[in-house]
Design a protein around this ligand. Structure first.
Ligand code: FES
Length: 139
């Protein structure tokens, strides 16, 4: 059974018709053409598919597209500002951290999330509940 899902991707509202079993990563890659998010495994362990959903790092292979209804998704395509790389992308480039490049989008989005979390926790540790979660508890 197909349903329509509406969400915001990289700041733009989008809608798509998906099967109930469609994963967020499939929606992004196959229907929205955002192929920077990769599938590197079939066990949800590699992290090549990490995107941000409402500001949280999420493995897009573990979330159904329909679960993203009304949410805001940031993919690697939305990390840079125009032609200006995000500082995390710049740091990866400056430190030759790209390797083959296949997993790099997931590593950049994960590292970007970690840097934001660290800064947020440092600024307001008492009021930021995510500061108390272990990294393994994050989606
Ligand atoms: S594709 Fe490997 S964790 Fe999602």
């Amino acid at each position: 059974m197909q349903k329509t899902v509406s969400l915001t991707v990289n700041g733009k509202p989008v809608s798509a018709t998906v099967e109930g079993r469609t994963l967020l990563v499939q929606l992004l890659r196959e229907q929205l053409g955002l192929t920077g998010t990769h599938v590197g495994c079939d066990t949800s362990q590699c992290g090549a598919c990490v995107v941000h959903v409402d500001g949280e790092a999420v493995k897009a292979c573990t979330l159904l597209a329909l679960q993203a209804e009304g949410r805001s998704v940031l993919t690697i395509e939305g990390v840079a500002t125009g032609d200006t790389l995000h500082p995390m992308q710049e740091a990866f480039r400056n430190n030759h951290a790209l390797q083959c490049g296949f997993c790099t989008p997931g590593m950049v989005t994960s590292a970007r999330f970690a840097s934001i979390s660290r800064a947020t926790c440092a600024a307001a540790p008492a009021i930021t509940t995510s500061c108390w979660r272990s990294p393994r508890g994050r989606r």
